[in-house]
Design a protein around this ligand. Structure first.
Ligand SMILES: NC(=O)c1ccc[n+]([C@@H]2O[C@H](COP(=O)([O-])OP(=O)(O)OC[C@H]3O[C@@H](n4cnc5c(N)ncnc54)[C@H](OP(=O)(O)O)[C@@H]3O)[C@@H](O)[C@H]2O)c1
Length: 265
């Protein structure tokens, strides 16, 4: 999609990756409708001078929040949606309360599916349109200590593929992006300590945003960001037992970090 023609609804714009995406998309010529929950943080996003941007604070796990953003997207005449809002959920499943598990699934899976469904009539009516889903490496490489998050991101990946196939005879394209760890507030100190202990690399949000902008411009359909994560995701698809074995050795470290400083969602 040519970004000078793009009118993009971006969720999670007040977050680490979202704010970087917002300014880079605008710099590339796109008009953006920025959504997040916190109006103050949305207002503080550093946007380039002269670009067209609007903000709307809304909670996407509620039907009312989705309806408000849908109405604003219609008025804005959106032709693209980037489902970027998300929450982390580090912890051992049996030690997490059900409310936390539900919240992780509602935010990372149900909300983007619901919002996409609500915006599809508008997107279908455009000459060319795009849905971008921001998944995670854990969507293809499900990880111990992230059961609900992996389930949600794996579900989002399947949703992207099914939707792309369902819309193959339409003007709406679907891009699924699976980043590895990014240096943003989504990762609690416990997750950062775990990544450090396991030697997991973490990317800067500006660098990830640059990659996503290029993917949009080039019409990509599915991309992992990071190596060897991309290789491990492939291996998990063809020989999951090998990944089971590899992660078995890391389990004591994962448990230690999950228990020592639990995420408070
Ligand atoms: N950080 C990583 O390591 C990593 C790795 C792979 C993939 N990702 C994915 O990248 C995306 C962006 O994450 P990030 O790292 O930039 O996280 P972040 O800095 O914590 O930002 C999360 C954003 O989502 C918004 N949000 C959360 N819950 C919401 C809700 N119920 N309704 C509406 N908005 C909501 C937040 O709004 P408020 O500011 O108002 O709270 C914020 O704008 C997520 O989908 C995440 O899963 C992140």
């Amino acid at each position: 999609m040519r970004l000078t023609d793009a009118r993009i609804v971006l969720t999670g714009a007040s977050g680490g990756l979202g704010a970087a995406l917002a300014s880079q998309l605008a710099r590339a010529g796109a008009a953006v409708l920025l959504s997040g929950r916190d109006g103050g943080r949305l207002a503080r996003i550093a946007m380039p001078a002269g670009c067209e941007y609007h903000t709307l604070a809304t909670e996407l796990t509620t039907e009312e929040g989705v309806a408000r953003l849908t109405a604003a997207a219609r008025e804005f005449r959106a032709n693209a949606l980037i489902n970027n809002a998300g929450v982390g959920g580090f912890g051992l499943l049996e030690e997490q309360d059900w409310g936390t598990v539900e919240h992780v699934i509602a935010t990372n899976l149900s909300a983007p599916v619901r919002l996409t469904q609500a915006l599809l009539p508008l997107l279908r009516a455009q000459r060319s349109a795009l849905v971008v889903n921001i998944g995670s490496a854990f969507g293809s490489l499900p990880f111990a200590g992230f059961a609900a998050y992996s389930a949600a991101k794996g579900g989002l990946h399947a949703f992207s593929q099914a939707l792309r196939r369902e819309l193959a005879d339409s003007s709406v394209r679907v891009l699924h992006v699976s980043p590895r760890a990014i240096d943003t507030p989504l990762n609690s100190p416990a997750v950062r300590a775990l990544n450090h202990a396991l030697g997991n690399a973490s990317d800067r949000p500006e660098a990830v945003a640059r990659r996503i902008v290029r993917m949009i411009e080039r019409g990509a359909v599915e991309r992992h960001i990071g190596f060897p994560e991309r290789l491990f995701a492939w291996l998990n698809g063809v020989a999951p037992g090998l990944i089971d074995q590899g992660l078995r050795g890391k389990l004591p470290t994962i448990k230690q970090h999950a228990r020592s400083r639990r995420d408070g969602l």
